[in-house]
Each structure stands twice: as C-alpha cells, then as structure tokens.
Design a protein around this ligand. Structure first.
Ligand code: PEP
Length: 252
C-alpha cells in the first residue's frame, strides 16, 4: 500500500508577510476539510511566525526552506533546528537544487543538515536531482545515487521515520519542462531500492518520495499515480492558492 501522499509548497524567496498571510487565508479555505493527504507550505523565514499562528488547528503544516546543523553559534544568516521548532515549524527542506547551485550546498552539508534536523525532531525533506547536462550524459541514476548515499550517510531506520526525499530534476524546476511519468518513476524506483538497502524493506517502502519540477494542476494526477511517487514538492504553482489546492486534490 502506498503511504499517505504529501504535498509541500515551496514559496522560495517570494512574498512579504502581508502577502503570505493573504495566500494562507485563501489556501486554508481551498483545502479545508480535505483528508487522506498531508499538506505543508514553506514560506520565507520572515513569514514563519505569522503564518504559524494562522495555521493553528488547520490541516496545513509549516515547513522551512533550510535549516543549519548547529544548535547555535557564529553562523551568520543561518537558522538552527530549535529556532524553527519554537515557531511551530516541524519540517525543513534540505539541499534544494537552488541551494546546491547558488549557495555551495554539497552532499556533505546536506547530510549534516538532515542529521541535525532529524535528531531535533524535524522532518527532513532531502532534495536530489540531476542537471540537464548530467541527464544528457546518461548520468541521472548515478548522480541521484551519489546524492542519496552521501546525503543520508549515517541515518538509521529509526531516523528514516522523519525523512522525505524529493526527486527534482534540475532541468524541470521553474522551466515548465516536466519529467515524463516514466522518467520520474524510473528515478523514484531507483531511490526506493537505495532506501530499502539502507533502512530495510518496511521502512524503505514507507519513506515518502516526492516529485518536484513544474508540477501543475494538469499534470499532478498522472505523476502521483506512479507506484513510487508519493507526493509533490511544488514551487511556482504553490504561490496560487487555487493551483496548489488543485494539486492537493489530485493526490487525494
Ligand atoms: C521547487 O522549487 O522545488 C520546484 C519544484 O519548483 P517549480 O514547481 O516551480 O518547478
């Protein structure tokens, strides 16, 4: 049986607090009462406190777009796990391709962030995915395998209860180019096999695998119907309440 689908909206660096509040208000109405699906949104850090108060008692959870591995200290610009938890945030996206591409994030820093996040009680959404050049060179599976093996090094089956993997081909993020269902399922099946090797059959099968990369209301249902696709990490379409709600409904 497939795990409960998990749809997460990554707002990236978009929106003032006022804009975030307006979007949350529209979204909460659009997804009110929906069950059989887990929903979360990741606004910018600046809006977390305000959005957290709005989400109390709703079926939408709060996520952060990054988290540091240390508990405190001289790490200008970073946010520690306990700082997120204090705000009612239970989930952190880690190793998004934009972090890897523009901010020097590596498999090793992803591993440190994920390990600390999970140890602190956060759910870690670890992002992996190949660039267009890597896909064209036939390296997709080996790149993703390296990111999974190094990014999850040292995590145990117990840790994996708070782990989600997002497969996001870099060439599909924000480009309107979506992976075909066969391309996505092939990589998800490979990730699933790696998780089974590391965590055992039961836990490996229970880790949610999200697809991300130009997910929209009109392609969500087909992607989510694939055997190893258990959710979506949604960028652009999560900034429109109606579109994000339509994707959530496609998962139910
Ligand atoms: C993302 O940023 O994680 C993402 C998948 O973006 P988009 O949906 O806009 O491609």
């Amino acid at each position: 049986m497939k795990p409960t689908p998990f749809i997460v909206g990554n707002w990236k660096m978009n929106g003032t607090v006022a804009e975030a509040r307006a979007l949350v208000e529209a979204l909460e109405t659009a997804v009110a009462g929906l069950s059989g699906v887990e929903i979360a949104i990741a606004p910018p850090f600046t809006a977390l406190a305000s959005v957290s108060a709005m989400l109390e008692g709703s079926n939408v959870q709060l996520a952060a777009q990054n988290v540091h591995w240390a508990t405190s200290g001289a790490f200008t610009g970073e946010i520690a796990p306990a700082m997120l938890i204090e705000l009612g945030c239970g989930i952190a996206i880690i190793g998004h391709s934009e972090r890897r591409q523009f901010f020097g994030e590596t498999d090793e820093s992803v591993n440190a962030r994920a390990t600390a996040a999970i140890a602190s009680g956060l759910t870690a959404i670890v992002c992996v995915g190949e660039t267009l050049a890597e896909r064209e060179a036939g390296e997709t599976l080996s790149v993703v395998e390296r990111q999974i093996v190094r990014g999850l090094a040292g995590l145990t089956a117990e840790n994996a209860q708070r782990l989600v993997i997002a497969y996001e081909p870099v060439w599909a993020i924000g480009t309107g180019k979506v992976a075909t269902t066969a391309q996505a399922q092939q990589v998800h099946a490979h990730i699933r096999a790696l998780l089974v090797t590391q965590f055992g059959a039961d836990v490996g099968a229970s880790v949610r695998l999200q697809y991300g990369g130009s997910v929209k209301p009109d392609n969500a249902a087909e992607l989510l119907a694939q055997p190893d696709i258990d959710g979506a990490l949604v960028g652009g379409a999560s900034l429109k309440a109606a579109d994000f709600a339509a994707i959530v409904k496609a998962a139910v």
